[in-house]
Design a protein around this ligand. Sequence first.
Ligand SMILES: [Fe+2]
Length: 288
Amino acid sequence: MLITFKKLHPSFMAEVSPVDLREVSDEATLEMIHKGMSEYGVLVFKGQKFSHQDQLDFAQRLDGELHSKTSNSAVSKNRFGNDALTDISNVTQDGDIISANDRRRMNNISNRIWHTDASFVNPAGRYSMLFARNIPPVRADTEFADMRAAYDELDEQTKKIIADLHVFHSIVYSRHTMGFDFAEEEKAKLPGATQPLVKMIEGSTRKALYLASHADYVVEWPVPEGRLLLKDLMEHATQPKFVHYHEWTLGDLVIWDNRTTMHRARPFDDITYKRELTRVTTLDIPRR
Ligand SMILES: [Fe+2]
């Protein structure tokens, strides 16, 4: 099956020609999607008709092992009975809108700060695949930042300084900066992970800055000095020229590479309108 890509921004993101991903299982088409991911970092597939199981099956066909140690799984019982299918919604088990001061909401709205998914586990997250099942009548975009373009535009001295550094990523840290603290037994399920600050993915010759709100400290440096570096790099990488958005329509599946992009949810009136998306994230384990 031939698929084509229409670029959505000068440096990254593309919309894919119409295709029903439930029907895609041949190696050639899956490989074309991988090539597109490698080139554009974010792919938009319109008009999908996934059941929960369809979404899980496609993610595994495309990219293998699934991430299930999410912060949601530490905080509450999964609505769908499977921690690999992350409930990105503002809805309770009974289908009601989560109230303003609910603890689940406090955890979820922290996804409005720039991050990559599952940088706090090892192996880290590779692709995230987010599917729109129910969208509000108001804009509730997701924004993406191109971390390869951001790396390319660093000055040569900075590239040299950061080349071999490592960063400890912890969702316990990033949530704490937002005023949300996990209970001790929840923390035990989310120990954090050390990652390189600069990554190069297979099939690409370009390096990417690997940052996120979960980035706690630079392993090789004193903590305040490392945090200042991370803040500077975050500021650099989220300049408007590196950022693009996705405006959701029903049936959209957006796949992003967590190693070459960051993302954040934009605010909307989530006390009035329901928004229900499901996410599956794969782990960065070498493929076959
Ligand atoms: Fe996310």
